[in-house]
Write a protein that binds this ligand. Structure first.
Ligand SMILES: Cc1cc2nc3c(=O)[nH]c(=O)nc-3n(C[C@H](O)[C@H](O)[C@H](O)COP(=O)(O)OP(=O)(O)OC[C@H]3O[C@@H](n4cnc5c(N)ncnc54)[C@H](O)[C@@H]3O)c2cc1C
Length: 386
């Protein structure tokens, strides 16, 4: 096999990196994940993720983790409401959706990010992930790479996979292409114990998701398994909004005042999210890699997930693409069809970048629609056509 006696370094232990590690280790490869988080207990923020049959769930099935997924997903969390800024309901599938419908391509079961990470970590041999490893730079050494981390000894690997997300430091070793700003910024908040802290929103959410649209702005949210809510205020803004807004994201009153000024026509029910969110709020300017159908085909270096093709989250494809990348890369690297690792990487990249280009375009188009004056009508048309 191509990977015999090869040390593989996966930099970044997010969903993409951990899925790849699980799949490669399952095929007997010598793989190590280097992750910046201090340890496996680091809190994973963000609202739940929906996994898709042909990508995220396919990767889990290949890794033998579908049973673990079924034990940990959030039944009913895929049910959604589409509302306007006054919380008037225009669409609900709470009554029509069946709870468990695996195998149906329209069934997109939700899972907490933390639960998904735990499933993948539990599947790996102990010590596969090296925590508190903040990658800084690397240089070629013999047939492989010498990787340097902050306050750590340097390490050699024959093959390096960049899986460290949107701000990848390894990407520039592969390409000079950089993500561009999409014109959309999201402000993330998390409300702990939503039943107590935001009872009205909790009741409206009813264990599912809400998409609220009004005046070219929106609020998106999802119920987590532990009773928390993850929410995002999403709006058009200049690229430097994070600093030019001069907001202190640790100051609830400041952020609340910003919300009332930026979402002036929105009902007070939404303000309760900002009044009770845990601090700090997290601003997330949304970037996208240009779709260039690249195929870099380097001998011992490639990337996957957001490092390769960060895209806006408006088609729910990011994590699914990262997991499908992991599945396809693991298959290419362990296949007997290729004469060299370089050929396996080239074949993987060719498929990955053309697939990701389509998903990125869909995400960009949805982002435009969701922040347009007709956002509510667009989203109603989209969901009622399913
Ligand atoms: C606001 C928002 C909402 C989203 N909602 C959805 C959604 O609903 N559905 C969906 O499918 N996708 C969604 N996404 C996208 C999704 O989060 C990403 O596509 C997905 O997490 C990509 O996985 P990844 O493994 O490539 O990268 P990441 O999940 O970003 O993981 C990268 C890992 O690398 C580590 N790391 C970073 N730098 C270093 C370093 N220097 N050294 C070592 N380790 C490092 C990080 O700590 C992290 O663990 C959303 C994104 C955003 C911003």
């Amino acid at each position: 096999m191509l990977l015999a006696n090869k040390k593989i370094a996966i930099v970044g232990g997010g969903t993409g990196g951990l899925t790849l590690a699980t799949l490669l280790q399952g095929r007997g490869a010598d793989v190590q994940v280097y992750e910046r988080d201090l340890n496996k207990f680091a809190r994973v923020q963000g609202s739940p993720l929906d996994l898709h049959e042909e990508s995220g769930l396919a990767a889990l099935a290949k890794a033998g983790l579908l049973i673990a997924f079924k034990e940990n997903y959030l039944p009913g969390a895929d049910r959604k409401l589409i509302v306007d800024e006054h919380a008037k309901i225009f669409f609900s599938d709470h009554e029509s959706k069946v709870e468990e419908n695996f195998g149906n391509p329209y069934f997109r079961p939700e899972i907490d990010r933390g639960a998904l990470r735990k499933i993948l970590l539990d599947a790996l041999a102990p010590d596969t992930v090296v925590w508190d490893c903040n990658f800084q730079h690397m240089e070629q050494a013999g047939q492989g790479w010498l990787l340097h981390f902050k306050d750590r000894e340097s390490l050699y690997a024959d093959i390096v996979i960049a899986a460290e997300g949107a701000n990848s430091k390894i990407r520039p070793y592969i390409t000079s292409t950089k993500p561009f700003y999409t014109g959309i910024c999201m402000l993330e908040g998390n409300v702990y114990d939503a039943k107590t802290n935001t009872p009205q929103i909790h009741a409206l959410l009813n264990g599912g998701k809400i998409m609220a649209f009004g005046n070219e702005r929106n609020i998106l949210m999802g119920q987590k398994g532990n009773g928390d809510i993850g929410f995002y205020a999403s709006f058009k803004a200049d690229e430097d909004w994070v600093t030019s807004s001069r907001l202190d994201y640790n100051d609830r009153q400041e952020v609340l005042a910003w919300f009332k000024q930026a979402y002036p026509t929105w009902s007070d029910i939404w303000a309760t999210l900002f009044e009770h969110a845990a601090l700090p709020f997290i601003p997330r300017p949304i970037y996208c890699m240009p779709a260039n159908n690249a195929n870099y085909g380097l001998p011992n270096l490639t990337m996957l997930g957001d490092a390769a093709h960060v895209m806006p989250p408006f088609a729910g494809e990011g994590v699914n693409m990262a997991m499908l990348d992991a599945l396809e890369l693991s298959e290419a690297l362990t296949s007997s069809d290729y004469e060299s690792i370089q050929a396996a990487i080239a074949s993987f990249e060719q498929k990955m970048y053309s697939r990701a280009a389509l998903a990125a375009q869909e995400s960009l188009d949805n982002g435009e629609r969701m922040h347009s004056p007709q956002a509510l009508a667009h989203m109603l048309a989209l969901f009622t056509s399913h």
